[in-house]
Design a protein around this ligand. Structure first.
Ligand code: ADP
Length: 261
C-alpha cells in the first residue's frame, strides 16, 4: 500500500519452498524519522546562537585592547542575548521531556485561577512593554484541579504568543469562563493571524509559520507543543480559530472533572 513499509523475511522451508514473513514497520519508520528530525532541529537551533557566541568571544579574547569599551560592551550584550536564547530552548526541551515521560508532580493541586491569571497578565504586560492593550476577564470557576507549574507554563505560552504575534497597538484579551462541558482559558488577539493550512501543524515541535518572526521575538518553536502536552495530561484540549491578518483565538478547554464542587 501507498505510504506503508513492509519488512519481508524469507525463511527456506522444506525442499524447494520458502516461508515469507511480512511485518508492517510503517509506524516504527515514522517514529524513527520524527526522532531524526527532532535531533536535527535541536542541533540546528543550538548551533546558530552558539556560532554567534563563540565568534564574538574569540574576537574579544584575541585582541581585547583593540576594541573601545562601548564596542566590547555591545558584543558582550549580543553574547548575553544569544546565551539567553540557548537557555530558553534548553528550558523548553527539559519541560517537554518531563511532560513526555510524565515525571512531573501529580495533577491534583487546587490551582487558584484568578491569582494565576493576574500574574500571567502581568508577565504579558512586561513582555508587551506598553505596546498592546491587555485585558483580563475572569468569570470561570475560581479553582482548577491540576498541576500549577504546568498550567502556568501552558497559559503563559498562549499569552506570550498573543503578544509576540500582534503588532504594536493591538489588543490581547485573556478570558476564563465556564463552557457547556467545563471551563476554558481563551487568549484572543488582533494580531497577524494564521492561514488555515498551518493550523493543524502548530503543536508539532519546531513547527513555525514564520521562522524569522518567531526567532526575532524570542521563540523556540516548542511553546504550543508544551501547551498540547499539558492539556492532554489534564484531559483537556486546545482549540484554535484564526484568520490571517485579522487575529487568533487559542482556547485551553478543560472538562468538568477538573473543576471541584
Ligand atoms: P514559537 O516559539 O515559534 O512562537 P510556538 O510553538 O509557541 O512556537 O508556536 C508555533 C507557531 O505558531 C509560531 O511560530 C507562530 O507561527 C504560530 N503562532 C502561535 N501563536 C500565534 C498567534 N497568537 N498568532 C499568530 N501566530 C501564532
Amino acid at each position: 500500500h501507498k505510504g506503508q513499509t513492509l519488512q519481508i523475511q524469507v525463511i527456506p522451508y522444506g525442499d524447494d519452498q520458502n516461508l515469507l514473513i511480512s511485518r508492517d514497520i510503517s509506524q516504527l519508520e515514522r517514529l524513527e524519522n520524527m526522532r531524526r528530525d527532532f535531533v536535527a532541529n535541536v542541533s540546528h537551533e543550538l548551533k546558530t546562537p552558539l556560532t554567534v557566541v563563540s565568534g564574538f568571544v574569540e574576537m574579544l579574547v584575541d585582541d581585547f585592547d583593540a576594541y573601545p569599551r562601548e564596542d566590547a560592551l555591545h558584543y558582550l550584550r549580543l553574547v548575553q542575548e544569544q546565551s539567553g536564547r540557548m537557555q530558553h530552548l534548553i528550558d523548553d526541551l527539559l519541560t517537554l521531556s518531563a511532560l513526555e515521560t510524565g515525571s512531573l508532580t501529580p495533577l491534583d493541586e487546587r490551582v487558584e485561577v484568578p491569582a494565576l491569571l493576574t500574574s500571567i497578565r502581568q508577565e504579558a504586560q512586561a513582555l508587551s512593554a506598553g505596546r498592546h492593550q491587555i485585558s483580563l476577564v475572569c468569570d470561570g470557576p475560581p479553582v482548577l484541579l491540576g498541576c500549577a507549574n504546568e498550567l502556568r507554563s501552558a497559559f503563559g505560552n498562549l499569552a506570550s504568543n498573543a503578544v509576540r504575534y500582534t503588532p504594536d497597538g493591538g489588543r490581547v484579551e485573556l478570558i476564563w469562563q465556564r463552557t457547556a462541558d467545563g471551563a476554558a482559558f481563551t487568549v484572543a488577539d488582533s494580531g497577524i493571524g494564521i492561514a488555515p493550512q498551518h493550523i493543524p501543524r502548530l503543536t508539532e515541535r519546531f513547527y513555525r509559520v514564520d521562522r524569522s518572526r518567531s526567532r526575532e521575538t524570542g521563540g523556540t518553536g516548542l511553546g504550543l507543543a508544551i501547551v498540547k502536552h499539558v492539556l492532554t495530561r489534564h484531559q483537556g484540549r486546545l482549540e484554535v480559530e484564526s484568520e490571517a491578518g485579522k487575529g487568533s483565538r487559542f482556547s485551553a478547554c478543560f472538562p468538568a472533572l477538573r473543576i471541584p464542587d
